[in-house]
Write a protein that binds this ligand. Structure first.
Ligand code: GCW
Length: 679
């Protein structure tokens, strides 16, 4: 294994300077195992660059300023031995850190923990070597699986392109329909992900097209090649598979999960995969959703469907991520009895307790589809006997498509802290951590900045950190990211980055669809405003604006009854017009434009105010960034790229403001209380 080096690609949060503190000291690495070798390689690369010496032999032990050791390693020197004893078990991925007698110590029971410990030292930089002693700190990930899903296609899809909802160029894995010849960048990606805490990656799109289906058969060597790049950084590969594979690939007459030949086909497929990739993670499945095949075709349940795959993977220790994103996408807007928000719970809650042990039900965080504001999905509280993973979207499909700055950690942190059973109950993070962990759709591609918008790197970093510890504060994560990304300049940049990014999700929310109603986007690509774009389509995403009011009545009393899918207190809070939080009002209620919000203004005035304010905030963000021009704090090309994107964000925010304000002014006939210009 060699530490990947790339030219012409931004180093994101692992620039060479981030290794200065380690690289300029004598470091002793002790232990055996592939991931310990990765730690050794990292330390050696840091030394080569920064001139420190690697400890080794007795002499090195004495001179080492830093010891990274497996707690069971032979000849563990003091003070590492004492630190290990004091720390106790660290678990499969945890580590303990301390500084004693002038030596900084990281000890871990298992190699993965040592790797995460190394990256923690990188985050701390010089602070890890401050002269004073540092008491033993123990670190371990909250969730066992911290996963990214790639929606990458091998072949370029005629409508969706190569990466579905990808805003950062092409796939990191494939190019022109073939596996990339040089996979160095995949390894560099794995390294970045490991430094953020990620340990699983699903490599292909959940919409499995014909070419990608073959990853299970004659293209399996591609999975093996990608897995080989991810492995040195502790990341397992998972693959999205089509439910109809036994028919499509195997030529069987059926994919009925209860048919013996279908069971056998999946078992053989899993055996083949594990023969090629012994540490393979498992399958991801989107079934009976947006046209993907599934068990419904055979009159079987999703528990049966997931079961056949689970049985095939179980002997190898693999898992099935079965997605709960199942709804009717051929709806009639006139049919008020069908509510897309209800669908996941209606389909899955009755199956609670019926999924196999190695099935993880992967639930989008909201009941609709990654809108900038949604309530938490009621499925999260409805299936106590099922392992649930919560799915987030790092790729910014509905949050500005990596052309707008939208730092998503505040949104994720808010929803992870949400307590569906009320203040005394467990949080969303507790459910995920105790179940299937956290999953997110990646925002990375072959763009030189990895994520299109350079500042969108912070979202990828933040997802990993929150999956590791959901209680981390978004502003602290931003500091970590900035310190790593802008070595030596972070002090001068921090104020600007916080001013631009901390509130950017709320800013985005202000200038787009109001009060939780969502989906006023252009159909198809989902960028930019189109208030009625989805209003008469079959997709089930309506706002029901008319001359009198707007919003979706999801109450039990008069609406779709969706509020009843929540436990108390939220079923009552959301049901009540008086108690429903303003930011979700139109998600749950249809109200007249003159309805007075808890915040004091009317719905229509709130729409005007937030849309004017949102655009002003974007102008302020832009002015703030422009001030950095020529400061020497950011690389000029980086500066220019962000400046260009902020100009587009401003144009787009103004377009949103004008379309939304004009639409509601025209519908309601109510003028703005402040007489501002509505186009
Ligand atoms: O958000 C929607 C996207 C689809 C996506 C789907 C899903 C991969 O618009 O492009 O398909 O969700 O999550 O399956």
């Amino acid at each position: 294994m060699t530490v990947p080096q790339l030219t012409g690609v931004h180093p994101a949060w692992l620039p060479p300077e981030a290794f200065q503190a380690i690289g300029s000291r004598r470091v002793l690495v002790l232990g055996e195992g592939a991931l310990v070798d990765t730690v050794r390689e990292e330390v050696a690369a840091a030394h080569a660059r920064h001139g420190g010496g690697q400890g080794g032999g007795q002499a090195g032990r004495e001179g080492a300023g830093c010891v990274l050791a497996l707690s069971g390693a032979d000849g563990l020197p003091e003070p590492a031995r004492a630190v290990a004893a004091e720390a106790g078990p660290t678990g499969a991925e945890g580590y303990a850190l301390a500084r004693r007698d002038g030596v900084t110590v990281v000890v871990a029971d298992a190699p993965a923990g040592l790797l995460y410990g190394l990256f923690h030292l990188v985050r701390l930089g010089e602070a890890a070597f401050a002269p004073a002693d540092r008491p033993v700190e123990r670190h371990a990930p909250a969730a066992a699986r911290r996963m990214l899903d790639h929606w990458d296609n091998i072949a370029v899809h005629p409508v969706m392109g190569q990466v579905e909802r990808g805003y950062a160029g092409g796939s990191l894995f494939w190019r022109d329909g073939e596996l990339r010849e040089d996979l160095t960048r995949v390894r560099a990606y794995a390294r970045l992900l490991a430094a953020a805490g990620i340990n699983a990656v699903a490599i292909n799109n959940v919409n499995v097209h014909a070419t990608e289906a073959r990853l299970l058969t004659d293209r399996l060597d591609e999975v093996a090649a990608i897995a080989a790049e991810l492995r040195p950084y502790g990341i397992r590969a998972h693959v999205s598979v089509g439910f109809a594979s036994p028919v499509v690939l195997g030529g069987l007459p059926t994919a009925d999960p209860l048919e013996e030949e279908v069971r056998r086909w999946w078992a053989d497929a899993a055996d083949r995969v594990y023969a090629a990739v012994p540490d393979f993670g498992g399958f991801v499945v989107k079934a009976d959703s947006e046209g993907q095949p599934g068990p419904f075709a055979y009159g079987r349940s999703h528990a049966d469907g997931a079961g056949v795959l689970a049985a095939a993977l179980a002997p190898h220790g693999g898992v099935v991520h079965w997605r709960a994103f199942v709804y009717d996408h051929r709806q009639d807007w006139r049919d008020r009895s069908t509510d897309r928000a209800r669908a996941a719970c209606d389909h899955f809650a009755p199956l609670d307790g019926r999924f196999a042990q190695n099935v993880i039900l992967q639930v989008k965080h909201g009941p609709m589809d990654f809108q900038p504001r949604e309530p938490v999905s009621p499925v999260i509280a409805a299936m106590p006997a099922t392992k649930l993973a919560v799915e987030l979207q790092v790729t910014q499909e509905y949050t500005g498509q990596q052309r707008h700055v939208c730092y998503l950690a505040p949104m994720w942190s808010e929803l992870l802290a949400f307590r569906p059973w009320g203040e005394e109950g467990r949080s969303v993070a507790d459910v995920a951590v105790g179940g299937g962990g956290l999953v997110a759709v990646s925002n990375a591609g072959d763009d030189p900045y990895w994520t299109g918008h350079p500042l969108a790197q912070a979202n990828l970093y933040a997802f990993g950190r929150l999956a590791w510890d959901p209680r981390l504060d978004p502003a602290t994560i931003l500091d970590e990211w900035a310190d790593l990304t802008f070595p030596g300049a972070a002090d001068g940049l921090r104020g600007t980055l916080h001013a631009i990014m901390d509130g950017s999700w709320r800013t985005y929310e202000r200038y787009t669809a109001p009060l939780g109603v969502g989906f006023m986007v252009r159909p198809g690509h989902h960028y930019g405003p189109d208030v009625d774009g989805y209003e008469y389509t079959p997709w089930g995403t309506y706002h029901f604006a008319d001359r009198d009011g707007v919003g979706v009545d999801r109450t039990r009393a008069t609406g779709t009854g969706f509020t009843g899918q929540y436990p108390r207190p939220w079923s009552d809070v959301y049901e009540s017009l008086e108690r429903c939080p303003d930011e979700l009002l139109l998600f749950f209620h249809h109200v007249p434009y003159g309805h007075v919000l808890r915040g004091g203004s009317t719905v229509i005035q709130h729409i005007y105010d937030t849309h004017f304010a949102g655009v002003e905030e974007v102008s302020a963000m832009r002015a703030r960034w422009d001030k950095l021009h020529g400061s020497g704090l950011v690389d000029p090309a980086y500066h220019a790229r962000v400046a260009e994107l902020l100009a587009e964000q401003q144009r787009s925010a103004e377009e949103w403001r004008d379309q939304v304000n004009t639409y509601f002014f025209r519908k309601s006939g109510v003028p703005d209380a402040y007489g501002r210009r509505i186009h």
